[in-house]
Design a protein around this ligand. Structure first.
Ligand code: FAD
Length: 399
């Protein structure tokens, strides 16, 4: 493996140690989160308490501007923090909240920033994402949820689907068509919607890959006019992100958490193979398993190097976020490799890999869960979509 270590100064080394010390105190259970959104109520409480503790330190908003609850620290410090959190098995911050913060910081008014960024920085307000509709997924621009202006309110009507953990959230970031005569990418606006608004109902969508998504129905839901973020009708150009758009501001540079979790999973898979004997010998001495482990290592290392290439370009360009080419290509490869990784790991472990809990569960059931969650890899956009965005926005190729 390439030995890449971003903390090459005494200050950065000290920062890494500070993060580690905090984790020992704030994450005493050492429960390993390979996936954030499971439905274990105790897990959720632990998750929320942990992030409130991180928020209290000011580390959710580590790189944000000081006037909006941030500490204006560097991208590299944020990367080190992310690395340590994931190496430790701690859950990642609910990513939707960070995406909302990026949009509000870039396109919100001063009042919207003051109002919404505090709760995200302190991890006291959770956000859901209302993009996808039953007939608008990859082709998001065909969305039909409507918003019409009525005095000093906007009125929402329509249906969103697949809202991750929205039932746990206080607010939802919603895209809706505010110009009834518009088609496709024009005339779409973005709204910051309080989920306790009358006229909003939710139904659960249980996910076999773990966690819960939700259907959200808007029936004449009236939200104050200042819930509109950015310019009316311009959300596609201003705010489209998450499912394939541009990465936003420097303040939101982050390590690729899925990939880092895979790096951790690989280390754990190798340890498992060293410690587990079959026919009297460790699995690592089985020639077939050695080939399989080699295949996993090559895949993970290739992804890691591609990610580091993107980060180094981002750091040297002065922009925190990775470019459209790097971030989308990486996401495409990762999304395709994840189910393959999980399948090969299941084959290495054999039938016991299917057991979720109890004394026969291997790695506490993590292989089984990793396999199931890998089929949710189209969250945030499918690999085909990521390839398309890499080609059009990254390389400037025609559609
Ligand atoms: C676990 C999970 C969590 C999610 N969380 C959220 C959330 O919180 N909020 C939210 O709004 N959405 C969420 N989504 C929805 C997610 O963004 C969509 O599933 C995704 O964008 C794909 O849309 P779709 O499911 O309608 O599939 P479709 O768009 O119908 O795609 C079906 C297949 O066709 C392919 N395809 C479609 N168009 C093209 C094209 N032009 N070229 C090549 N291939 C194409 C796709 O790649 C895919 O393989 C979540 C999804 C999952 C699985």
């Amino acid at each position: 493996m390439v030995d890449f270590c971003p903390d090459d100064t005494p200050e950065l080394k000290a920062w890494r140690l500070e993060v580690r010390e905090f984790l020992h105190e704030a994450w005493p259970s050492k429960r390993i989160f390979d996936y954030d959104y499971d439905e274990d109520p105790a897990g959720w409480e632990e998750y929320k308490a942990f992030w409130r503790a991180v928020g209290k330190k000011g580390w959710v908003a580590l790189t944000w501007p000081k006037e909006y609850y941030g500490q204006a620290r560097s991208t590299v410090e944020k990367w080190i923090l992310d690395e340590e959190f994931i190496a430790y098995g701690a859950p990642t911050y609910p990513v939707i909240g960070l995406a909302v913060a990026a949009a509000v910081l870039r396109h919100g008014t001063h009042e919207q920033r003051l109002r919404h960024l505090k709760g995200i920085a302190e991890a006291t307000t959770l956000w859901g994402e209302g993009y996808t509709e039953p007939s608008a997924g990859s082709d998001l621009a065909s969305l039909t949820t409507r918003a019409h202006r009525d005095g000093d309110h906007w009125v929402l009507n329509g249906q969103k689907t697949l809202g991750t953990a929205a039932h746990q959230c206080d607010w939802m970031f919603v895209l809706a068509r505010s110009d009834p005569n518009s088609v496709k990418h024009n005339g779409i606006s973005a709204f910051l919607v309080p989920l306790d608004t009358p006229g909003i109902q939710m139904l659960p969508l249980e996910n076999i890959g773990d966690g819960q998504q939700n259907q959200t129905f808007f029936e004449n839901a009236r939200i104050p006019a200042d819930c509109l973020v950015g310019d009316e009708g311009q959300a596609w150009n201003q705010i489209w992100f998450g499912i394939g758009g541009e990465q936003l501001d420097n303040a939101f540079a982050a390590q690729d958490t899925h990939l880092m979790r895979m790096v951790r999973m690989l280390a754990d898979t190798i340890s498992y193979c060293k410690e587990t004997k079959r026919g009297g010998a460790p699995l690592t001495e089985d020639p077939v398993i050695r080939v399989q482990l080699g295949e996993l290592m090559v895949g993970v290392e290739a992804l890691r190097l591609a990610a580091l290439d993107g980060y180094s370009k981002a750091a040297t360009s002065g922009k925190g976020g990775r470019g459209a080419l790097e971030s989308n290509l990486n996401a495409a490869f990762y999304k395709e490799f994840w189910p393959h990784y999980a399948q090969v790991a299941m084959e290495i472990v054999g039938p016991l890999a299917q057991i979720q809990g109890g004394k026969w569960a291997q790695l506490n059931g993590r292989f089984e869960k990793y396999f199931r969650t890998s089929f949710g890899n189209h969250a945030g956009g499918t690999s085909q979509l990521k390839r398309m965005v890499a080609a059009t926005r990254g390389l400037g190729l025609p559609r």
